[in-house]
Design a binder for this molecule. Structure first.
Ligand code: SF4
Length: 279
């Protein structure tokens, strides 16, 4: 059996940056917490905890710790609350996520009705909404219903981990129903590259293991893309989830890691697959 790992599996620039900022901060400060998980990977969050980076879900639970803001950002309201607490803040929000927030603000200020392709409950989208006072339409796919006023000027952006094809389809659809459309492709390049590689891999393998947090939007999207290619796909967090029966009668196996998946987990997955095949 041949195993092929997608070339760009694992940490993207923004995740690497957030993890490094967290580890560096623990060297300088006594008590360090992240507000919400720094990235959407439970194993990495546990590892960081061992290194001294705790995490809290509520601002009220923060007392005198240095607070690190996660890679996908926080809402404007939460940021204000943190400032009020007078705790030290280290912002690890990915610059690409920040850029999307800036575009959301700019388009709204310029009188565009903002439409965001994304998941309403994802922290990144919640943060985007907070910067425009919730004055935007969030749509999860180009096929979903959307109510717009006639002759509206529309500004379209996306959650950074969205699928490019869906974004383009939505842009075409909106173009037909508005007077003016301003599109900013806020999908990040790391996402785009990983999605393109996964699609290609899915076309050529018998089975694909997409590795990454179950709560990771970008990893879930990779699995969605692979399934759309009719490839037998398993979204797993760790090697322990691999069942022997899933490796039967396989000639060509692919592995794709999400942008928040540490290399060591991808290596573990590879090792376990080889071990099962040997025995
Ligand atoms: S996927 Fe892109 S936007 Fe998200 S953290 Fe990574 S580099 Fe930043």
């Amino acid at each position: 059996m041949k195993i092929k790992v997608a070339k760009n599996s694992g940490f993207c620039f923004g995740v690497k940056r957030a993890v490094n900022i967290s580890l560096e901060t623990t060297k300088l400060k006594e008590k360090v917490v992240t507000f919400g998980p720094i990235i959407h990977n439970p194993q990495m969050v546990s590892y960081l905890k061992k290194c001294g980076v705790g995490f809290v879900n509520e601002i009220d639970d923060i007392v005198d710790e240095t607070v690190i803001i996660r890679s996908h950002g926080i809402t404007a309201q939460d940021y204000k609350k943190l400032l009020k607490k007078r705790v030290e803040i280290v912002d690890a929000t990915c610059p690409i996520v920040k850029k999307a927030q800036d575009f959301a603000k700019k388009l709204t200020q310029d009188g565009f009705r903002l439409v965001i392709l994304g998941e309403k409950n994802h922290p990144e989208v919640k943060a985007l909404l907070s910067y425009v006072d919730d004055n935007a339409i969030v749509i999860s796919g180009p096929e979903k219903k959307i109510s717009l006023q006639e002759n509206q000027k529309i500004g379209l952006i996306a959650q950074t981990t969205q699928i490019e094809e869906k974004f383009e389809q939505l842009a075409v659809r909106l173009l037909k129903s508005c007077k003016e459309l301003y599109v900013v492709k806020t999908i990040c390049n790391a996402t785009f590259i990983r999605q393109a590689e996964t699609k290609e891999l899915a076309k050529n393998v018998d089975v694909l293991f997409v590795v990454g947090g179950k709560n990771s939007a970008n990893t879930a999207r990779l699995a969605e893309i692979a399934r759309a290619e009719n490839c037998k796909t398993y979204h797993i967090e760790t090697a322990a989830e691999i069942e022997e029966k899933s490796l039967k009668n396989i000639n060509y196996l692919g592995i794709a890691g999400g942008a928040s998946t540490p290399d060591w987990i991808i290596e573990d997955v590879k090792r376990r697959i080889k071990k099962i095949k040997k025995t």
